[in-house]
Write a protein that binds this ligand. Sequence first.
Ligand code: ZN
Ligand code: ZN
Length: 351
Amino acid sequence: MSNIKRIQNNLPLRCAALIECPRNRRYLTGFVSSYGSLLLTRDTAVLLTDSRYIEAAQAAVACCAVEEIKAGRLRNLCKSHGVKKLWLEGSATMERVQQLRTALPGVYLSSNRALDVHMNQLRMIKHDDEAQKITAAQRIAEAAFAQVLPTITVGMTERDVALALDFAMLRGGAERLSFDTIVAAGVNGSKPHAVPGDYALRRGDLITMDFGAVVEGYHSDMTRTVALGEPSAQAREIYDVVLAAQEAALAVIAPGVACKDVDAAARDMIKAAGYGEHFRHGTGHGVGLAVHEEPRLSEKSREVLRPGMVVTVEPGVYLPGVCGVRIEDLVVVTDTGYVNLTACEKELMVV
Ligand code: ZN
Ligand code: ZN
C-alpha cells in the first residue's frame, strides 16, 4: 500500500489532509520542492505547486495528480469532494492558518496533531531504500572522520577541526551536512551542543565531535570523543562510564522493547557510577529525512521499537568546568535485534 493511501485510510468522513511541510511532502510524493500543497481526501490526492516546479513535478510524480496552483483551486477541490474538515500539520504557521481560513470558508481547520501522529508513524519505519540512504550518509561521515582524525594536533582550533570534517564530508559526497558540526574540546566539552570556537586544542584535552552527512535527503548522525595525548585519570573514568552506558543501551535494542527502557539502560549505568546529574538529555532519537525525528529514546517516550526504526544511541556525561564525553552510534532495528550502522572504533582513541 502506498504511503498516500495509508494517510487516506486514516481520514475521517468528509475530512481531508493538507500536507505542506517539505519533508512530509517529499516523503509522500518523492518530489523535492520548497513549495507545494498536497491535498489528500479519502479518494483523491492532488499535488498543487507553482510555475517553478510544475514541469518537473508533472514528469516525476506518478502517485497523485499534479496541478499548477490557481486562486480558488483549493476551495473548489474541497467543495467538489465534500470536505468539511481539513487536518493541518503542527508546522503550519499562524499566518498560513489565517490564509486558509479566508480561502476556505465553511471548512473547519484542525491542527489536532492527528496528521502529525500518522505522518510520524509512517516516517518512523524506514523502508530498505531509506535505510540504504542513511547508511550511505553514515559511510561518508565516518570516512571523513578517519581522514581528519590523524590531522588533529595541539594548537588547532575547534573551528579548524569542524571545518576539516565539513570539507571532508562534502568532498566525500554529502549533498549537505546533517546539522552544524559540533567540536567541543577541553572544558567546552561539558556543553552538549557547543558551537565550535577559537579555543585552541591542548595536550590532554578530550575532543567531542558530533557530525553527519545527508544523502538524497536522508541524514546520518554520529559522535566520537577522542583524547589529544594522554587524558587525565578522571577523563578516562568518565569515558569508560559513558562507553559502558552506551553498550548497555545497545544491548537491549530489539523489536518490542520500550524506547524508555533503552534510555533507562544507559541512564541507570551512569547513575550507578555517580554521574546521573551530569546526563540530562535523552539517550537517542530517530533519524531520517530529519536529523531529529520520532521515536525519542527518552524517559518520557511511550513508543516501542519496531523493525525498520533508525535511532541513535548517545549517552553522555558533562562535567561543567572539566570536560565532557558523548559516544553516539546510529542503528537500525531488525526483526531479531539491530544492525549498528556506525563502523568506527569506540575504545578511547588517543591521537
Ligand atoms: Zn549527533
Ligand atoms: Zn543525535
